[in-house]
Design a protein around this ligand. Structure first.
Ligand SMILES: *[C@@H]1O[C@H](CO)[C@@H](O)[C@H](O)[C@H]1NC(C)=O
Ligand SMILES: *[C@@H]1O[C@H](CO)[C@@H](O)[C@H](O)[C@H]1NC(C)=O
Length: 388
């Protein structure tokens, strides 16, 4: 009997592999994986894994109850899409850059912070609950992170000192992910009119493109960019509407005006990203239509096993009295103290607290988009380093 000579077999496989490499692009994409060593994320509450919590105080219970069993710096009952991205790529959950305790940056860092905007509008900070950590600030934090960890890595004499630091040579092989812009648009629709409102979108798109370019010039080569979701859906936005004018809401119950702004932003951002592919040819720009995935979920909630998409799991909201006891908050109603607690079955709700998605919804969306079916180009996230 002949034993298989694994050494020879390996040579044959390598030879076949290089043949495939010399062949057409699709041969390469058929088997290649990017093996991203790290994730660097930029965004707002959709992907904040502890930024606002570290900066301004902890998020209360029952946030985090479904997965972490305690508040975990995330505005949900459990994991966010960014957590499912990390799981999909075989990486640990991404620590928030602002978290000074227990953070592990070996495989990346998360600069996202709740309520962040692309373009910081000085007059709207704090006043309307906008965070000071705009995309530009997050990029500056990234610069600082990169140079500081580089220095610390070089200085470390004990290998143990390096265990929570990223390898300096891994920044250019990392995946750079983005999910930001919804707070710009909702603030703009609240505060601006006419020409001012129209000017907001190109300004946002330009600023976004500047940030992508800045990261590219530093060596970033794989970008995974979410467009903005249908924020006109948010149950809190439509909860207390009375005597609604015709045309205010669409057939699903979303604020049409807000969603129209989002669709226009998404169109302009996609066009800009298409241009960037030509301007910055050595990077892979993956543009993900999160809007369509989320809109599909809320318009077909029942089919996908969820309740009415306008129902909120956590908190007390009574539209006839304009009562809002937010998730995790206490208030006096009817002369009694009440607590905005959980419904206990968050996995059947799309909206966890009226503003943020439940873990079940985040999981559903991640399953839909991470395999590339909402991506341009149609590449699963594990292969999103490849320029097509
Ligand atoms: C407060 O009282 C009203 C009227 O009796 C009742 O319908 C409502 O459910 C009560 N709200 C809470 C939070 O107990
Ligand atoms: C991606 O996954 C979704 C949900 O499981 C599925 O419906 C879709 O067909 C898949 N797309 C691709 C390209 O594999």
């Amino acid at each position: 009997m002949h034993k298989i000579d694994f050494k020879k077999l390996k040579v044959v496989i390598l030879a076949l592999a290089s043949l495939a490499l010399c062949g057409r692009g699709r041969w390469i994409t058929a088997w290649a994986q990017c093996n991203f060593p790290a994730i660097y994320n930029f965004g707002d509450t959709n992907s904040d894994t502890g930024g606002i919590s570290a900066a301004f105080g902890p998020i209360p219970s029952p946030y985090g109850e479904s997965f972490f069993g305690r508040p975990a710096g995330r505005y949900s009952d459990g994991r966010l899409i960014i957590d499912f991205i990390a799981e999909n790529l075989g990486l640990p959950y991404v620590s928030s850059y602002l978290d000074s305790l227990g953070a592990d940056f070996r495989h990346g860092a998360n600069f996202a912070a709740g309520a962040s905007t692309i373009v910081i509008q000085n007059e709207t900070i704090f006043e309307s609950g906008i965070s000071p950590f705009s995309l530009e600030v997050q990029t500056t934090q990234f610069d600082q992170f990169k140079s500081r960890t580089y220095d610390l890595y070089q200085q470390a004499t004990d290998p143990l000192d390096k265990t929570t630091l990223p390898r300096p040579n891994e920044f250019s092989r990392a995946l750079y992910t983005f999910d930001i812009g919804q707070n710009d648009l909702s603030a703009a629709v609240r505060k601006l009119t006419g020409a001012q409102l129209e000017a907001v979108i190109p300004k946002m798109v330009n600023r976004f493109a500047m940030v992508l370019t800045r990261l590219y010039l530093q060596g970033a080569r794989a970008f995974w960019i979410h467009n903005i979701g249908p924020i006109g859906w948010l149950p809190v936005a439509t909860l207390h509407i009375r005597n609604q004018k015709p045309g205010l809401l669409d057939k699903v119950g979303c604020m049409q005006r807000l969603n129209r702004m989002v669709v226009e932003f998404n169109r302009q951002l996609k066009a800009r990203v298409t241009n960037l592919r030509a301007e910055l040819p050595y990077a892979a720009f993956n543009f993900i239509d999160i809007y369509s995935a989320k809109y599909d979920l809320i318009s077909n909630a029942k089919i996908y096993g969820f309740r009415d998409p306008m129902k909120i799991c956590c908190g007390i909201h009574e539209s006839y009295m304009d009562v809002d006891v937010w998730c995790g908050q206490r208030a006096i109603i009817n002369y009694t103290e009440v607590f905005g607690g959980s419904c206990g079955t968050a996995d059947t709700y799309i909206s966890w607290d009226g503003v943020h998605f439940s873990e079940a919804a985040n999981h559903w969306i991640a399953n839909r988009v991470l395999n590339g079916s909402y991506s341009d180009p149609p590449m699963p996230i594990s292969k999103s380093c490849l320029t097509s």
